[in-house]
Design a protein around this ligand. Structure first.
Ligand code: APR
Length: 243
């Protein structure tokens, strides 16, 4: 894909970039997305797996699902899209704001990462909130905290609030950046998707990278349609020649 010369010039004048990412950026690492043709939510019911009441009703089933996802994530690697973003840190102030719980941005070397929906590598007790970040033992069923409470994955389920520090930090970065990249998200889940409006109304240039249009494509100054794993390395190489 030939990058728009205006976008390259915009990059030349820019100092701070935000990458707002969704499941689509990890698709090329073999991690299924949620919506779209082969999306998880076409096969499974989020109300049975990704909400607190469902967990308290049947923690065994919810844990089986998260352990299945964790296995897929542990068998996957950051792809060229994650790696390109990490390498752009050498040229710009880069902030990653991700909806993904797969930890792949950090594994690719991104330092400044806000995790809006949590991280599958962390767990905590529903009662005393004690954190358990080591591998949990499932040999005697679902893991129980010393206080007797159930241990759950540190991910944000439907109907739950986003972690305040992560959201406010993301809002600030979105309002202060020069270019806001929207990568591999269907932009239908709020309040995360609202960050695109925050960036746009603060005067940032909006660049959308997706296989297809989304409900917020109208906000984009540049829409780059294709695979993130192909487009982001091109942006990186364009930047490498700039500096
Ligand atoms: N490159 C770029 N975009 C891609 C690619 C790819 N290789 N593959 C898929 N996409 C796009 C799809 O076209 C779609 O727009 O990524 C998007 C994935 O959308 P969703 O599956 O809805 O994922 P996401 O937007 O991250 O979902 C938001 O919903 O289920 C909850 O908590 C979950 O964080 C998640 C949130």
């Amino acid at each position: 894909m030939k990058l728009d010369i205006d976008l390259i010039n915009k990059l030349k004048q820019s100092k701070s970039l935000v990458f707002f990412t969704g499941a689509g950026i990890s698709a090329e690492s073999g991690i299924p997305t949620f919506r779209g043709k082969d999306g998880i939510w076409n096969k499974l019911k989020p109300e049975e797996l990704a909400n607190f009441n469902a967990f308290m009703r049947n923690p065994q089933m919810v844990w089986e699902w998260y352990n299945h996802r964790k296995k897929i994530i542990h068998e996957s690697k950051p792809n060229p899209a994650h790696i390109a973003i990490a390498e752009l840190q050498n040229h710009f102030d880069v902030t990653v704001v991700t909806q993904n719980i797969d930890n792949l941005h950090r594994r690719a070397g991104s330092k400044n990462v806000f995790e809006l929906h949590g991280n599958i590598e962390r767990n905590y007790c529903v009662n005393c909130k004690k954190f358990y970040n080591e591998e949990l033992d499932f040999s005697s069923g679902v893991p129980i905290c010393g206080c007797g409470g159930l241990i759950r994955p540190d991910v944000v389920w439907f109907g739950e609030y986003l972690p305040e520090d992560q959201f406010t930090g993301s809002e600030k970065a979105s309002a202060e950046c020069d270019i806001f990249f929207v990568v591999g998200t269907s932009a239908v889940v709020y309040p995360a998707a609202g960050l695109i409006n925050v960036a746009e109304s603060s005067g940032a240039t909006i660049v959308e990278i997706n296989l297809e249009e989304t409900p917020l494509s109208y906000l984009a100054d540049y829409s780059l349609y294709g695979k993130a794993g192909e487009i982001l390395p091109e942006i990186l190489s364009a930047c490498a020649t700039l500096i």
